[in-house]
Write a protein that binds this ligand. Structure first.
Ligand SMILES: Cc1cc2nc3c(=O)[nH]c(=O)nc-3n(C[C@H](O)[C@H](O)[C@H](O)COP(=O)(O)O)c2cc1C
Length: 207
């Protein structure tokens, strides 16, 4: 069923909470845009054992995303911890299950953006953001990064890139989002929300 109010799906995986903190900040940015909601959803961990299963509902935090959450979103913000310069397997596994949406063109002309967290400063934030962008382009989404009108991009000495918001969590994954990182994640949520409303109106007009 299609939701009455448009929403930006904030789809993320987080093992230790850093990416989740970013997701919550993007959600605050989305909610600051009138007329659109944020829908936070996560994905289950994957296991090398094909018999291992996760409980249907996570012990804490947002519930698991369904294909319908993605199908009916007006925009998407996708977030993953960096894993060897790439997105984490659980998120990739979820995306690999979206062929039905690709066949139906469900995401064409919808805006998307990406965010990530790393333990080291030059540990692959940009490559991870781009790894998440690639399948979204196949889906026909319109990628929105962060423009340099967000002055924190020039000032940050931790996370924040024109490809999307990022966070330096440190080797123990316990460094909180600093002010620059918080501001950029918020701005990114607000931007994707604004674009989601604008592109929804354009798609309606084109019908
Ligand atoms: C298998 C694995 C690979 C990782 N690869 C990288 C990496 O390439 N660069 C990096 O800086 N951090 C890497 N990390 C660290 C995580 O990206 C980092 O701790 C992140 O902040 C965790 O996010 P989370 O708290 O949302 O789980 C890796 C961690 C794991 C478990």
């Amino acid at each position: 069923m299609t939701a009455k109010r448009p929403y930006v799906l904030i789809l993320f995986y987080s093992r230790h909470g850093a990416t989740r903190a970013m997701a919550e900040r993007l959600a605050a940015g989305v909610e600051a845009c009138p007329g659109i909601d944020a829908r936070l959803r996560t994905v289950p961990a994957v296991s090398a054992s094909c018999e291992a299963v996760e409980p249907e509902i996570p012990e804490a935090g947002p519930v698991y995303a369904t294909l319908d959450d993605l199908r009916h979103c007006a925009g998407l913000a996708i977030g993953s911890p960096t894993r060897f310069g790439n997105m984490a397997a659980p998120l990739k596994y979820f995306i690999d299950g979206t062929i039905e949406l690709w066949l139906g063109g469900a995401l064409i002309d919808k805006p998307a953006t990406a965010f990530t967290s790393t333990s080291s400063l030059h540990g692959g934030q940009e490559t991870t953001l781009i790894s998440m962008l690639l399948p979204l382009l196949h889906h026909g989404m319109v990628y929105a990064g962060l423009p340099y009108s967000e002055i924190e991009l020039m000032e940050t000495s931790a996370g924040g890139t024109p490809y999307g918001a990022s966070h330096l969590a440190g080797t123990r994954s316990d460094r909180p989002l600093d002010e620059h990182e918080r501001t950029l994640a918020f701005a990114q949520g607000k931007r994707v929300a604004r674009l989601a409303l604008a592109l929804a109106a354009a798609r309606q007009e084109a019908k």
